[in-house]
Design a protein around this ligand. Structure first.
Ligand code: SF4
Length: 416
């Protein structure tokens, strides 16, 4: 059996856990930000509607800042106030509302999951974290824990980026916080700490602490409601680890401590509490280049109209609309790019397109989570109308105003 983990990195004193819960909840009651999904969760008597509201907010908040999400959340809840209403929506409508929020598969999966609850689960949300994760597409362990604790008062913890940071600092965990072994430890810790009578508030309080006080770069330790439990702060103030009675010294463990910083990157006193958490170096995003052509014609009132086409229904930016585009091989010369794009447009429009008629406008860079994408932007003004090949992707002409309300990505807005 593996050796028990050093108590230095754990919460093992019940009195300390009780005190930490009390301090954190008292602070949350006084200092929490008033956010629309919190107001709804606190006032909505129907637990399934509460769960729906929490679910929508949690999916939107993945990888996106609170300030950006608020407007999208309010518009979403106005349009589809219930799970049943969302189940009736089309993917096109969902993509239109989601446009600009990024990571578009989130909206699609949310709508698929709503359909599933209505058609396969008789409109009843699953009520435990285990069932939510098992039965709903797009609901992972974190989202399931958040919905179950906030809406159904299940005493289950949550671990997101904010919680990882707070827990790693509270217990001086300096091993790679993205490794499965450390993540498992943090889940065990979150489950042990969660307040049994107010699990939803406790989880939100821990995340709120990470978002507003125990922030990545300059944490406000002086204002922190759990500072007396924080071993990183102790180490910063006193220059040595917190003495923990009757515990094995991490440094003397055979094979080293699995939760301490690696021996090659020991505690750095200039960093203070921000020594924690530690992450393995991020993989560099992949470089990609795409030629894109803004085809323009004069509409009936003389205003310009642009041609947009729909992307395939799976993969990156699934189902969204874009200017006709073609991925380019790395290092392709400008002349060859232009020819490749002209051929692409020609096959697609069923009429000759002169490569030299394409006007190079410039480049637009957009960073997706894992792709550093450069769009090489061309323009092609058209005199007459074109008949598009009906066998190719769906396409339509839009005015500038229509373009902005269509389901187009932020990258395409930059291109225009
Ligand atoms: Fe974070 Fe500082 Fe509070 Fe520790 S004392 S939990 S480092 S804000």
């Amino acid at each position: 059996a593996p050796a028990p983990l050093p108590a230095r990195h754990l919460f093992s004193d019940p009195a300390e856990i009780e005190a930490l819960r009390g301090n954190l909840l008292a602070w949350y009651d006084k200092c929490k930000r008033h956010l629309p999904w919190r107001t709804l969760a606190a006032t909505e008597p129907d637990t399934d509607r509460r769960a729906y509201a929490v679910w929508v907010s949690e999916i939107m908040l993945q990888q996106t800042q609170v300030a950006t999400v608020i407007d999208y959340y309010n518009r979403w809840m106005q349009r589809w106030p219930t799970l049943q209403a969302l189940a009736q929506a089309s993917l096109e409508e969902v993509n239109e509302l989601w446009a600009g929020l990024g990571y578009y598969s989130r909206g699609k999966r949310l709508q698929e999951a709503a359909k599933k609850v209505v058609s396969e689960l008789a409109g009843q949300m699953p009520r435990t974290a285990e069932d939510l994760q098992k039965l709903l597409p797009g609901v992972g362990r974190y989202t399931a824990g958040a919905i179950a604790s906030i809406s159904y008062s299940q005493a289950t913890g949550v671990v997101d980026g904010n919680v990882i940071r707070v827990l790693c600092r509270l217990r001086c965990i300096g091993a790679d916080s993205s490794s499965p072994a450390v993540i498992d430890q943090l889940w065990d810790m979150a489950n042990a700490l969660v307040d049994r009578s107010r699990p939803g508030d406790f989880n939100q309080a821990l995340m709120e602490l990470g978002a507003t006080v125990c922030v990545p770069k300059a944490p406000l330790c002086g204002e922190c409601p759990v500072k007396q439990h924080c071993r990183a702060r102790h180490r910063k103030l006193f220059g040595k680890p917190t003495p923990v009675p009757d515990v094995e010294d991490c440094g003397k463990r055979v094979g080293g401590c699995p939760l301490c910083p690696p021996a090659t990157e020991p505690w750095d006193s200039s960093l203070g509490v921000t020594n924690f958490p530690r992450k393995a170096a991020k993989k560099q995003p992949r470089e990609a280049r795409t030629a894109t052509c803004v085809l323009e014609r004069r509409g009936c009132h003389g205003a310009p109209e642009y041609l947009i086409v729909q992307r395939p229904s799976s993969g990156l930016l699934a189902g969204l609309w874009e200017f006709p585009s073609l991925p380019l091989a790395q290092g392709l010369q400008e002349e060859k790019q232009r020819e490749a794009l002209a051929d692409h447009l020609q096959a697609w429009m069923g009429q000759p397109v002169e490569a030299r008629g394409l006007q190079l406008i410039g480049e637009v860079v957009h960073i997706f989570s894992h792709i550093h994408q450069t769009y090489v932007v061309y323009s092609l003004p058209l005199d007459g109308d074109v008949t598009l090949d009906p066998a190719s992707s769906p396409s339509r002409w839009v005015t500038e105003e229509e373009f902005h309300t269509s389901a187009v990505s932020t990258a395409m807005k930059k291109v225009l």
